[in-house]
Design a protein around this ligand. Structure first.
Ligand code: ZN
Length: 168
């Protein structure tokens, strides 16, 4: 499969390149097999539209530990193929559901149909510092790549986060 085919010209523009840092990942995250598979399944079944959702888990000195991925409706209908907007009601429902449990909402994932797993300028606009942002690249209906990113307000960039295998 040719990668350049899935790197639209806009991803090579200065505006896009300025959004992500080229430095080596300083922080890491692990994502449980269940959460990983769930994100892939959602990305494939939502294709060619973007899907989005929330990650549940905990954060400590080692980084993010993701145990679960929950889909939330993408409210962006007009540009559903390349934009996402989390449904606030969906966010609240997940938030209510985990009350009393030993997990919190620690990240937002979304898919990039026929695009690389690199954040876009609009992703940066909507990103919350402290949250993990995995992007699932799904090309012609198949998952090519998952990459994780962390927004930094001071540099106005996403920094790469190393994705490691979860123990369980
Ligand atoms: Zn995006």
């Amino acid at each position: 499969m040719s990668f350049t085919k899935y790197e639209p010209v806009r991803f090579r523009s200065p505006e896009y390149i300025a959004v992500w840092s080229q430095q080596v990942a300083a922080t890491s995250c692990d994502i449980s097999k269940d959460a990983r598979e769930a994100m892939k399944d959602m990305a494939v079944s939502g294709y060619p539209n973007e899907i989005c959702g929330l990650l549940l888990g905990r954060i400590d000195a080692d980084g993010w530990h993701v145990s679960e991925a929950r889909q939330v409706t993408n409210m962006n209908i007009e540009r559903a193929s390349d934009r996402f907007q989390l449904d606030p009601a969906g966010y609240q429902a997940v938030d209510r559901d985990i009350r009393g449990r030993d997990v919190e909402i620690i990240g937002v994932f979304h898919s990039h149909p026929d695009c690389p797993a690199k954040p876009s300028p609009t992703d940066l606009d909507g990103a919350w510092e402290g949250f993990l942002y995995p992007i699932v690249s799904v090309c012609e209906g198949e998952v090519l790549d998952i990459r994780c990113w962390e927004p930094h307000d001071d540099t106005q960039q996403f920094h790469p986060v190393l994705l490691t295998e979860a123990v369980q």
